[in-house]
Design a protein around this ligand. Structure first.
Ligand SMILES: *Cc1c(COP(=O)(O)O)cnc(C)c1O
Length: 453
């Protein structure tokens, strides 16, 4: 089983060919199947003798693959899609074939070196100092959790080990669910919910007055504030500059969640929205969202990586050879030990295309989103509900109820034309486009808007 046999060779060649075809084609949207449908079409795939490479790949190609949506389809505009470059997707295959252990410098120095250059590009876009750094982790969820755990450890340290009765973190209603889950469920930390403005933005002024109205005891338990650079549902950037002032005044950790919107830092046309991000103690952006890398990859960066190391380095006798001072171990910066070198596809594509191409591709999606907003404003049957900052457009079809949206959304997928789902904003059902794919055109958006007549 361990020797590379002629059968392995045939299987691997067939896989490589499948991948080449997939990367070259205009992939269909495809559709989810029910467990019963999959049961009847794929049946029992894991058997004592194995079904062999040909049959397993046939099952994937004919049954299982088409039961997975292609998130890189240019009319897939739901949730936050992903649109990897061919270089990034291709390099992901190489990472899989290479058995790189990305958790430590000892085992993966070449990979970590390359990943750190990609992190450096992001840190420089954010205006973070030269010593800033971190690691690529699975996604924004782990990035946010890891940053907040480091923040709490730093606060505990500063307070000489004295814990308040309850720890708290300031957020808004639009703060991502992963942050609220990390705080409430994983860390058992309270949230102070700061009311957003009419677009859900956290403003420095509201943060200040909200906190001033708390009891002394509650206020004393606050150790961090989370600013969102591109809210997931509305694509709106908080008042990071104002929030940073308040955080500095109180000695709180400022975490900036740019899982989706952080990519906009590379686009001169919107860079001003992020002013103040250079004050962040920690920052995340998901290359698998708007930075053209495949799942799954989150760049997690700390202003002072030493503080993160204090919180996250794992200690065990067998790990002693790994924890060498001065060596950069990605496992020291997040809740993870074993790690796929999940920043490498992003690094490779950045290295191949250059950072200017990233700037241009992000600007292109912004231009298409602006054109889409104009189309919505001009059409009589739809109404834009939120002025966009970035590439999320939230709008309603005048006169539709929840069922109308669901019927329409189902029809678009049935026709394999587009994947656009309903959402909710300010208590009403509506829909949204999230545009991260440079192949998405204004005509694509026009056709979808037309389909709502
Ligand atoms: C998507 C998103 C997350 C979660 O990231 P995952 O990569 O899905 O874990 C967190 N915050 C924001 C603002 C997001 O858009």
């Amino acid at each position: 089983m361990h020797r590379y046999s002629p059968a392995d060779d045939r299987t691997v060649r067939a896989l490589a060919e499948y991948c080449l075809d997939r990367l070259a084609m205009d992939a269909p949207l495809d559709r989810p199947l029910t467990p019963a449908e999959l049961e009847s079409r794929a049946g029992q795939t894991v058997t004592a003798d194995g079904i062999g490479g040909d049959e397993a790949l046939r099952l994937w190609a004919d049954v299982l693959g088409p039961a997975c949506l292609s998130v890189d389809h240019r009319r897939y505009l739901s949730f936050i899609p992903s649109a990897p470059t061919k270089a990034a997707a291709g390099f992901d295959m190489l990472v899989g074939a290479s058995s790189v252990y990305g958790g430590s410098w000892l085992e993966g120095s070449g990979a970590v070196y390359a990943e750190n250059q990609a992190l450096r590009w992001v840190a420089e876009l954010a205006g973070l100092p030269p010593e800033a750094g971190g690691a690529f982790v699975q996604g924004g969820t782990i990035g946010n959790l890891s940053a907040l755990v480091a923040a709490r450890e730093a606060a505990l340290h500063r307070r000489g080990g004295q814990r308040p009765r309850r720890w708290s973190v300031c957020v808004t209603e639009e703060t991502h669910s992963s942050v609220k889950h990390a705080l409430g469920v994983v860390m058992d930390v309270d949230v102070v919910e700061v009311p957003g403005d009419e677009r859900g933005r956290m403003l420095g002024s509201t943060l200040r007055t909200t906190v001033a109205a708390l009891t002394e005891e509650r206020r004393a338990g606050i150790f961090a504030v989370v600013a969102t650079a591109g809210t997931t549902n509305l694509g709106v950037v908080d008042d990071i500059r104002g929030i940073a002032h308040v955080a500095a005044d109180h000695g709180w950790w400022l975490h900036v969640d740019g899982a989706y919107g952080g990519a906009g830092l590379a686009a001169p046309s919107v860079r001003g929205l992020y002013d103040g991000v250079e004050q962040a103690d920690s920052f995340i952006v998901d290359p698998h969202k708007w930075l053209f890398a495949p799942f799954d990859s989150c760049a997690l960066i700390y202003r002072d990586p030493v503080q993160a190391r204090v919180a996250h380095t794992q200690h065990a006798g067998y790990l002693d050879p790994v924890t060498v001072d001065g060596e950069w171990n990605p496992s020291d910066f997040a809740i993870q030990l074993t790690r796929r070198a999940r920043g490498l596809p992003f690094w490779f594509s950045l290295a191949v295309h250059g950072t200017d191409a990233y700037r241009d591709a992000i600007e292109r999606t912004l231009a298409v989103a602006r054109a889409g907003a104009d189309l919505i404003r001009a059409a009589g049957h739809v109404r834009l509900l939120v002025e966009p900052d970035l590439t999320v457009l939230v709008f309603e079809r005048i006169g539709w109820d929840s069922e109308d949206y669901t019927r329409w959304s189902t029809r678009l997928l049935d026709e394999q034309f587009a994947f656009v789902t309903p959402t909710r904003h300010a208590g009403r059902v509506c829909t949204r486009f999230a545009i991260v794919n440079p192949l998405t055109t204004e005509q694509d958006l026009a056709a979808i808007i037309d389909s709502m007549r």
